[in-house]
Design a protein around this ligand. Structure first.
Ligand code: NDP
Length: 274
């Protein structure tokens, strides 16, 4: 079992976790708003992660973020779910209160806020989502609600099929096999796979779905262009983004759930650039 220092009250649980910039962002927020609390990253065991998260909360933990591959797997430890968590079937934020543990999902609002802020999204856009894991689940409902049409593909196509059925009641969503992609036109292509972490994608995407105007958004991020970003640029796309804007915005919503303070985010971007 992990032992926690008294002022470590927040953490992100994932596996792998070294790439996560969440500690930087949240420790920046805690300092800025005068909280004497720390946020750390925890590489959770793929077998015992639920016990490890519960142990964290039993030892003073107040809030946590959940990242891959656990977002769909922490429902059993939640006492209450927000509507966003219920609809998405995916949890990225936990908060301990006197009743128990609240499960929330701030990924969708984080992505949509960033797409709107960057002026990248319009009603009726056709959006292709690559990937059907916990992160994809979190973003589908907000994008449908905004009025976009969603197309989804995945390495394991059965998972894309399940998601398309589950979210059909909220708007237009269709799953596509890789060999059907070329027959469609997409304004936005979002990479919601975790292939960036392993540096190898098994999705071979047809080059003709990209053009200069295609907006390509990798939810993964790094200090330099990700492999997906490089691919999109090579295929001619001029509007290519990583997931830092989404990350900061989803973090702001998690911070709000934990502290009731909605942090100003502009200065955190400058801090991360440094
Ligand atoms: P999950 O483990 O839940 O899902 C992983 C997804 O990636 C599955 O669809 C899986 O396909 C697919 N995948 C994994 N490896 C490969 C590969 N080599 N080639 C092709 N597809 C692959 O992870 P999450 O959904 O939680 O996270 C996905 C990504 O989104 C991560 O990179 C994460 O960092 C990023 N993310 C970014 C956020 C941000 O704020 N910027 C927020 C949330 C997530 P299959 O079903 O076949 O296994």
């Amino acid at each position: 079992m992990l032992n926690f220092n008294k002022n470590i009250c927040y953490a992100v649980f994932g596996n792998p976790i070294n790439h996560s910039k969440s500690p930087k962002i949240h420790n920046f927020f805690f300092k800025k708003y005068n909280f004497n609390e720390k946020y750390i990253r925890i590489c959770a065991s793929k077998q015992f992660f639920l016990k490890e998260i519960l142990n964290f909360f039993e030892n003073g933990g107040k809030g946590a973020n959940i990242t891959l591959p656990f977002k769909e797997k922490v429902f059993s430890i939640c006492t209450v779910l927000t509507k966003r968590a219920q609809i998405s079937g995916s949890i990225n934020t936990l908060k301990k209160n006197n009743i128990g543990i609240i499960g929330d999902n701030t990924d969708g609002i984080g992505l949509l806020t960033d797409l709107k802020y960057k002026n990248l999204i319009s009603k009726n856009d056709n959006i292709l989502i690559l990937g059907a894991g916990g992160a994809a689940r979190g973003i589908i409902y907000p994008l449908l609600k905004f009025g976009c049409n969603i197309y989804i593909t995945n390495r394991t196509i059965q998972k894309a099929k399940i998601l398309s059925k589950e979210f059909l009641k909220f708007g237009y969503i269709k799953y596509l096999k890789l060999n059907q992609l070329h027959k469609n036109k997409f304004q936005i292509i979002i990479n919601a796979t975790s292939a960036g972490i392993s540096d190898h994608s098994s999705l071979v995407i047809p080059s003709n779905i990209f053009n200069q105007k295609t907006i390509c958004y990798d939810m993964f991020y790094g200090n330099t262009d990700t492999n997906f970003m490089k691919l999109c640029k090579n295929l001619g796309s001029k509007k290519v983004y990583n997931g830092i804007g989404m990350l900061v915005n989803q973090a702001a919503h998690s911070f709000f759930l934990w502290t009731d303070i909605f942090p100003k985010i502009n200065d955190v971007f400058n801090f991360l650039k440094k």
